[in-house]
Design a protein around this ligand. Structure first.
Ligand code: GLU
Length: 422
């Protein structure tokens, strides 16, 4: 009865969720009230709408947002997502998570995020290109290499970043690669950027497995989401000897306790649908993927998938949040009580923005690094950040998410004080 009552009031609004997360961490270190109040709101949110000619000749009006949460430490930074469920509150929350993510890995950035309400799965390449160019044009006054630097996110990719960089450069009348990261390498993209989110996530998983005294070799893994992060994470974990037993995408889920044939799954994803895999390995209810008895669970899709409703049934030892916001605060409490080690999004998926930072640095100095150099720097950044969070979690006996916020909040608060904001 008690659970049902609590369930009814659980907030799934990501904006409220991130505010709760800030409050939880602020309490631990007794952070000044003024700082908390500033951080609970974004500095600026721009709403734009723009017309795009579709392939059938009709005009469709699209709506998009760019939220800039906090720029105490540096220009704001964060991806642009194209998704039919994008909302203003979601984009704001995602920009706030970016501030704390950049803080955890100690990057000289604040947080930003953008989103356009559209469904690229049902649009042609030409329509996606026109939406991309019109959106960056609409927000071109507030972005820039020393203002706000976008990047890929859900359903956006290097090609889209290339189009956006091109439109922005034309508007400014000068080649401007530093305005956006995640570009194709030929026009200033960093080597290793495409795999960086997953690679960074795998570095944190490796450290977490050491912490709980388990081997990666032979460990079982379930991955929700087979986009850039989930798919590359599957490959990298398999390279480390893990057994990928379950994967899913927005259409369905596969599960084979003896391990899936990853090459087959990837080929089906590229040519038709993962559900064309042997039907005896289909999960009837794809949500069950989150409740499988595995060593490592990687939510790599969207927000709010581990909630009060299913948290008590989660059996993984480690959850590595490749997605942003997959776990609600109420679910976090349950997972912590169950002794599950949650590597929070702002740490687990920070590899993407870390290599975005490397890309921006390379663009600003016009000197490019090898993939080995990028991957080595990423490894060191992820391991250092993981241990800063893990040590703090131990010191205060708190969960990793709160610890990650504490690491980050301390840095942001110091910058706000140094700038005289409080
Ligand atoms: N969209 C990614 C994220 O959520 C990457 C952001 C970036 O590289 O700026 O972290």
């Amino acid at each position: 009865m008690k659970t049902q009552q609590t369930e009814a009031v659980e907030s799934l609004n990501p904006f409220q969720i991130v505010q709760t997360q800030i409050e939880n961490a602020a309490k631990i270190i007794g952070l000044d009230r003024e700082i908390v109040e500033i951080l609970k709101k974004p500095k600026r949110v721009m709403t734009v709408s723009f017309p795009v000619r579709m392939d059938d000749g009709s005009i469709q009006v699209f709506e998009g947002y760019r939220s800039q949460h906090n720029d105490a430490i540096g220009p704001t930074k964060g991806g642009i997502r194209f998704h039919p469920d994008v909302t203003r509150d979601e984009v704001i929350a995602l920009s706030m998570w970016m501030t704390f993510k950049c803080g955890v890995v100690n990057l000289p950035y604040g947080g930003g995020k953008g989103g356009v309400i559209c469904d690229p799965r049902t649009m042609s390449k030409g329509e996606i290109e026109r939406v991309s160019r019109r959106f960056i044009e609409a927000i071109s006054d507030i972005v820039g290499p020393d203002k706000d630097i976008p990047a890929p996110d859900v359903y956006t990719n290097p090609q889209i970043m290339g189009w956006m960089m091109d439109t922005y450069s034309r508007i400014k009348g000068a080649f401007n690669p530093g305005v956006i990261t995640g570009k194709p390498p030929i026009i200033g993209g960093s080597k290793g950027r495409n795999e960086a989110t997953a690679r960074g996530c795998v570095f944190t998983i490796a450290e977490a497995m050491k912490d709980i005294g388990k081997e990666l070799e032979g460990a079982t893994v379930a991955i929700q989401g087979f986009g850039n992060a989930g798919r590359v994470a599957a490959d990298l974990l398999a390279e480390q000897g893990c057994k990928i037993v379950a994967v899913s995408d927005s259409k369905g889920a596969l599960y084979n306790p003896d391990g899936l044939d990853l090459d087959d799954v990837k080929e089906l994803k590229d040519t038709s649908a993962i559900l064309n895999y042997d039907s005896s390995f289909h999960l009837k209810n794809p949500d069950e993927l989150l409740e499988l008895d595995v060593d490592i669970l990687v939510p790599a899709a969207l927000e709010n998938v581990i909630t009060l409703k299913n948290a008590h049934r989660v059996k993984a030892n480690i959850i590595a949040e490749a997605a942003n916001g997959p776990t609600t605060p109420d679910a976090d409490k349950i997972l912590y009580e169950k002794g599950i080690l949650v590597i929070p999004d702002i740490l687990a998926n920070a590899g993407g923005v870390t290599v975005s930072y490397f890309e921006w640095v390379q663009n600003l100095m016009n000197y490019y690094w090898s993939e080995e150099e990028v991957n080595e720097k990423l490894k060191s950044a992820m391991e250092t950040s993981y241990h800063a969070v893990s040590n703090l979690a131990q010191k205060y006996s708190i969960d990793f998410r709160t610890a990650a916020y504490v690491v980050s909040l301390k840095r942001i608060a110091e910058a706000m004080k140094a700038r005289g904001w409080v």
